[in-house]
Design a protein around this ligand. Structure first.
Ligand code: SF4
Length: 294
């Protein structure tokens, strides 16, 4: 049917617009020039993971006519349907550059402020406190867990229960203190009965995690457990397939290891985690203070 784009592309466009809204960007500029993004830029943008950049926002999203990018259109298979005009909602508001400024000038305070008294997902109804994150806003090392537990929900701080105490020991064994690192979770509200966060909850809350990481700009991210690793790496692979290997999240080094709660149930795995943390220490130039955690 004329004017339609493939369903998969529509879905990606819809997800991308939701992502911008979660970033606090609610206005999209109206194109006043002929500077239409190239089809390569559009396709890259749609197919990439979250990048924090803004590529499209128009009264009408129009892909270039073949005469504008003949080489491109030869090399990239574009359905003739895509090259038609796709109507988007007409939104008045600040320019693209004002929105970009907002990203460039982002701070943890702004991220927290945008999160507000969040009711974006169903976890809000069961929480006592939003657990945003804690630690050094300029940390070289960020730990990401999956979500708050009962103690965290009560205190509003991440990793303060039994698993948190173990994490603190691990951090100190690395020659650091908790105040030197930043600790946060994928979801900011406690899942009931300490269940794993569900897909929709992760999808809704994770843009705030992405922003936190962008603002802090750490050298190394340590994912504690599968939920954090899968969220940042956008993978469904089991953590055992990549635990202990250096990976990358948006240009930053990422190490996935076991969650401290897992270590409480499986103390034999502590040695594996310590090996992972030693790799992190090597990159950060840290010397252990107390040997491996108890
Ligand atoms: S988990 Fe995140 S998205 Fe869901 S209500 Fe809490 S803060 Fe909002």
């Amino acid at each position: 049917m004329p004017g339609l784009i493939p369903e998969s592309l529509q879905k990606k466009l819809s997800e991308r617009l939701s992502y911008y809204q979660d970033l606090g960007i609610n206005h999209f500029y109206r194109d006043r020039t002929s500077a239409i993004p190239s089809s390569a830029e559009l396709l890259t943008e749609f197919s990439a993971g979250p990048t924090g950049s803004i590529a499209i926002s128009n009264e009408e999203l129009t892909l270039p006519k073949p005469s504008r990018a003949p080489q491109l259109l030869k090399s990239i298979p574009i359905s003739s349907e895509i090259s038609k005009t796709v109507p988007l909602p007409v939104l008045a508001g600040p320019s693209l550059f004002e929105s970009l400024d907002r990203i460039v000038d982002d701070t943890l305070l702004k991220v927290r402020s945008d999160l507000g008294d969040c009711t974006r997902c169903k976890l809000h109804s069961m929480r006592h406190t939003i657990v945003f994150g804690d630690g050094n806003p300029k940390a070289e090392l960020v730990f990401v867990g999956e979500g708050p537990g009962a103690d965290e929900d009560a205190q509003g701080l991440p990793f303060v229960g039994r698993a948190g105490k173990l994490l603190t020991q691990m951090i100190e064994a690395m020659g650091l203190q908790r105040k030197d690192v930043y600790i946060c979770n994928v979801v900011k509200c406690r899942p009931p009965e300490n269940r794993l966060p569900e897909e929709d909850e992760v999808k809704t809350c994770s843009p705030f995690l992405f922003r936190q990481i962008d603002v802090i700009a750490p050298k190394v991210i340590v994912c504690l457990g599968a939920v954090a690793a899968k969220t940042l790496l956008q993978t469904n692979r089991g953590i055992s397939q990549f635990r202990g290997q250096w990976l990358e999240y948006r240009g930053r080094k990422l190490m996935a290891t076991y969650h401290p709660a897992y270590l409480l149930r499986n103390p034999n795995a502590k040695g594996e985690v310590w090996k992972d943390l030693q790799k992190v220490m090597a990159v950060l130039g840290l010397q252990p203070k107390k040997g491996k955690p108890a």
